[in-house]
Design a protein around this ligand. Structure first.
Ligand SMILES: Nc1ncnc2c1ncn2[C@@H]1O[C@H](COP(=O)(O)OP(=O)(O)O)[C@@H](O)[C@H]1O
Ligand SMILES: [Mg+2]
Length: 240
């Protein structure tokens, strides 16, 4: 690990299996995401990338080992505390964007602030949170009137940028993106990556992005292959 690294996310001797599943196990001796770092996590389909993201942000808890997110082990918190802690510290861009279809763009972008008072405070610093949502949408090159539009009326590219605005609002320390470019052609992918990285740098966040596409490597400080993180353990060997 880089000696100057201030870890924002760290995994230590983590083992995880899905309940009832003997086919798949994640065993990671060590992984660190530094504050301000941009890391691309590569791996083929089914290799456990999304599972790893869920572990990092405390959606699931490992059977062994520890996860540290912004100095706290999410497993040490109650479920309600954990949800709030995650909302404060992590902005997530889901693979399918997971926008609320019945809400406006503003409802979607402002949603994390309802669960994260510190993010709300930061979002309100320049005036009010709606002004911050407007600023983010403009920075992501979305049309002026978009905040009042229904998300169901948006193109895929617009939905994706709304999902980015929702992840960034209120400056969470970590942005996690699960294959956000998988539905894009090459040119749209480049435009999206440039916008995402610019905004991530602007908000001083760390970025962990998951993909199966190695051609994205140049956008990142570091590339990690999930296969290289995986260590053989007695659990895995027992299946062989
Ligand atoms: N909610 C779940 N319950 C049980 N098994 C799951 C669940 N989510 C994923 N898996 C299994 O875990 C393995 C890794 O899946 P996943 O983390 O989604 O991989 P990736 O994101 O790299 O495609 C797969 O074998 C998948 O079937
Ligand atoms: Mg996945």
């Amino acid at each position: 690990m880089d000696l100057d690294c201030e870890p924002i996310v760290a995994l230590h001797q983590v083992s995880f299996t899905w309940p009832g599943s003997r086919q798949f196990a994640l065993n990671i001796d060590s992984f660190t995401l530094c504050r301000g770092e941009r890391v691309l996590l590569l791996g083929h389909s089914g290799s456990g990338k999304s599972t790893l993201l869920s572990l990092l942000c405390g959606v699931i808890t490992p059977q062994q080992g520890t996860v540290t997110l912004a100095g706290t082990n999410p497993a040490s918190l109650s479920v309600a505390q954990r949800d709030r802690f995650r909302a404060e510290n992590v902005g997530v861009i889901f693979q399918q964007f997971n926008l609320l279809p019945y809400g406006s763009v503003a409802d979607n972008v402002l949603l994390p602030l309802a669960f994260a008072p510190k993010r709300r405070q930061r979002a309100e610093q320049g005036g009010n949170s709606m002004a911050e949502a407007q600023r983010l949408c403009a920075a992501l090159q979305l049309p002026d009137q978009i905040l009042s539009a229904r998300t169901s009326e948006l193109s895929v590219g617009q939905q994706q940028r709304v999902a980015v605005a929702r992840a960034l609002i209120g400056q969470p320390a970590v942005i996690i993106a699960d294959e956000p470019t998988s539905a894009l052609d090459h040119d749209s992918q480049q435009a999206f990556m440039n916008l995402l990285l610019h905004q991530v740098a602007d908000s001083n966040a760390s970025l962990l992005m998951v993909s199966h596409d190695p051609s994205l490597a140049d956008y990142f400080d570091r590339v990690v292959r999930i296969e290289d993180l995986q260590t053989a353990t007695p659990q895995v060997e027992a299946l062989c």
